[in-house]
Ligand binder design. Structure first.
Ligand SMILES: Nc1ncnc2c1ncn2[C@@H]1O[C@H](COP(=O)(O)OP(=O)(O)OP(=O)(O)O)[C@@H](O)[C@H]1O
Ligand SMILES: [Mg+2]
Length: 591
């Protein structure tokens, strides 16, 4: 098919000559016009391949301006045909990026050669353009992020996926230092990491982004990524920049084979509980506790540091005992005022004391046929200890103000956090009661002494909070698993549960990453709040020129921002109750 040419020439004679020559040469002349606007209108209508243009034409637009529009709008090849070869005319003509410039008067052969070369070059250009459009649409379509940087590590390109990952638009990011837009963190420490870009730029070698890396989004969220960096070279083969290609890191999960874990589910207490044990020590404890539970032993002492699971083991023993269908009544001796504890335990008759207007059964009676759980027995007042000893020995008691003996028909479980020996030394706990309680003792080892339980427990809590927070968290990443195993757990299982609860709220990805685990932070272990557990860094980081209130306010707004305004999540992040959060929000006028 012959090439289709548009003639733009305001001298009629020349225009007619040109049409004849071009037709003779075998081209198809689509039109011949004498001004810019007509040229544009006809180009729109006829879509020619090439425009043969005079530069000085009549009307508001000269040839160079018209040519520029034709090229930009219709992607046409331009060849100028003019009597003017003045340097200023030539420089102006350059703006239209012509593919030929013929000076009048011209030879027919010269005209033909120029048109052929221009058409050929135009086809090559279109081909190249097609390829770069193909590359551009590929880069737009892929879900992997692509970031290009120049020699001085400034952003030269960002594909739409990278825009999504970083939160920066390509337009905003262009020319900024890469570290400002593409911010990497170490997943374990949460600290910034330099991309190994300088090595790629310096040595021209390929490199990986590194393991356990998080990419920080502009909003503050972070996601685990993996990827590589490759050098970009100019036409001389010199490194002119680098391209970072990255995507979501496939998380290596950390879990313990199911057959190694002993899980016992029961329905004692509110909503029941699930007991998890994988360590030989804890499995041994549970085997023993179960044997004891199934025996006729009436008094059992459960010992263990705070948060080791004394409550849950008490429920476990009740569940496996012959009185499982009877009530499980717990009383915390530390939580009830001294003067009330006695009447709570023994109950009273009408008129036993001023406020005793009607008779009331105590816990010893209420638990009849079931189990009494005396939590924190070490806090029981000495006088009451003597009375309790008598009850345990005689298996009967009287209500306060009562004259009738009541038979005790309940198993008594007592719990203490291992400080009973100290209390005995200080004369705060009766040795005879201790011996009476200590006939059968279930000792719960500290979590740091049974590390095999850490991951199974953590996964159990992940499953629990997954339901509670309706989060699609799949499990614990390998790096996060290491963090959990390396920690000493002064707050035992309770601290682990709190750490996982917080992580479930903070985590943005589908796996619990090391960066979301705040082990050793005050919120992770409320009972030890403010003790040696508080990291020195937290204190160093606080600027002493601002007040505690200001810090509190900042923490509150940060948590609310992180939780997207969800008060329940914000409270968990801060390790406070929702009521406290609400109170403080009101105090600081936060919304
Ligand atoms: N083996 C376990 N399996 C599952 N959950 C456990 C286990 N041990 C403890 N927990 C959980 O850890 C938390 C703390 O346990 P628990 O309240 O029984 O500890 P405690 O020793 O009674 O603490 P304290 O001395 O403070 O009273 C609870 O949420 C409990 O459900
Ligand atoms: Mg307890």
């Amino acid at each position: 098919m012959s090439a289709r040419i548009l003639i733009v020439e305001d001298e009629r004679i020349t225009a007619e000559d040109l049409r004849d020559i071009l037709t003779t040469l075998g081209y198809s002349v689509v039109a011949s016009v004498s001004n810019g606007p007509d040229a544009i209108a006809l180009a729109e209508e006829t879509k020619p391949d090439l425009a043969l243009m005079d530069i000085q034409i009549n009307g508001v637009m000269d040839g160079t301006e018209t040519a520029r529009i034709l090229r930009e709008r219709f992607n046409m090849a331009i060849v100028f045909l003019t009597a003017h070869a003045h340097p200023t005319t030539v420089s102006r003509a350059k703006f239209a990026e012509p593919l030929g410039y013929i000076i009048k008067p011209f030879q027919e052969g010269e005209l033909r050669a120029s048109i052929e070369i221009a058409l050929h070059k135009h086809r090559v250009d279109l081909n190249t353009l097609g390829k770069s459009e193909l590359f551009a649409s590929t880069l737009r379509a892929i879900s992997e992020g692509v970031v290009c940087v120049d020699r001085v590590e400034c952003i030269a390109f960002l594909n739409p996926a990278a825009e999504g990952w970083t939160g920066w638009t390509a337009r905003e990011a262009l020319g900024r230092p890469v570290g400002e837009v593409f911010r990497l963190l170490d997943a374990a420490s949460g600290e910034g990491v330099e991309t190994p870009l300088w090595r790629v730029l310096g040595e021209g070698s390929l490199d990986d982004l590194g393991e356990s890396i998080l990419l920080l989004h502009r909003s503050g969220n972070s996601q685990p990524i993996a990827g590589s960096i490759a050098p970009l070279r100019d036409h001389q083969g010199n490194v002119s920049g680098a391209v970072i290609a990255f995507g979501r890191a496939t998380v290596e999960p950390r879990s313990v084979p199911a057959e190694a874990i002993l899980e016992i589910e029961t329905n004692v207490g509110v909503g029941g509980f699930k007991m998890v044990a994988a360590s030989p020590a804890m499995k041994q404890v549970l085997r023993f506790a179960r044997r004891v539970a199934e025996s006729e032993v009436s008094t059992i002492l459960i010992e263990g540091e705070s948060g080791t699971g004394k409550d849950i083991v008490a429920q476990f023993i009740h569940h496996f005992g012959s009185r499982r269908l009877g009530p499980f009544v717990a009383i915390n001796c530390a939580a009830i005022p001294e003067n009330l504890l006695e009447s709570e335990l023994f109950g009273y008759e009408k008129g036993a004391f001023t406020d005793a207007r009607a008779p009331k059964a105590g816990i010893l009676e209420m638990a009849s046929g079931g189990t009494i759980f005396l939590d924190e027995i070490g806090e029981m007042p000495l006088i009451l200890q003597a009375k309790l000893l008598r009850v345990l020995e005689e298996q009967k008691f009287r209500r306060l103000g009562g004259v009738r003996d009541i038979q005790v028909d309940a198993r008594v479980l007592a719990a203490t956090n291992c400080k009973l020996s100290e209390a005995i030394e200080q004369g705060k706990f009766r040795l005879d009661l201790y011996y009476r309680l200590n006939v059968i003792q279930v000792f719960l080892p500290a979590l740091r002494d049974r590390k095999e339980d850490v991951l199974p427990l953590a996964e159990n809590f992940v499953r629990l909070y997954k339901l509670k927070f309706k989060r699609e968290i799949q499990g614990i990443s390998n790096a996060a698993g290491n963090v959990l195993l390396e920690y000493d757990w002064p707050g035992n299982v309770r601290e682990l549960r709190n750490v996982i609860e917080r992580a479930m709220v903070l985590e943005d990805s589908n796996w619990i990453q090391a960066s979301s685990l705040h082990v050793g932070s005050p919120g992770s272990n409320p009972p030890l709040n403010g003790s040696a557990n508080e990291s020195a860094n937290d204190v160093e980081e606080a600027n002493f020129t601002i007040s505690v209130e200001e810090i509190e306010r900042k923490l509150l707004s940060k948590a609310l921002l992180k939780a997207a305004g969800n008060q329940t999540r914000a409270a968990v992040i801060l390790g406070i109750t929702r009521d406290t959060l609400r109170y403080k929000m009101k105090k600081f006028s936060l919304r």
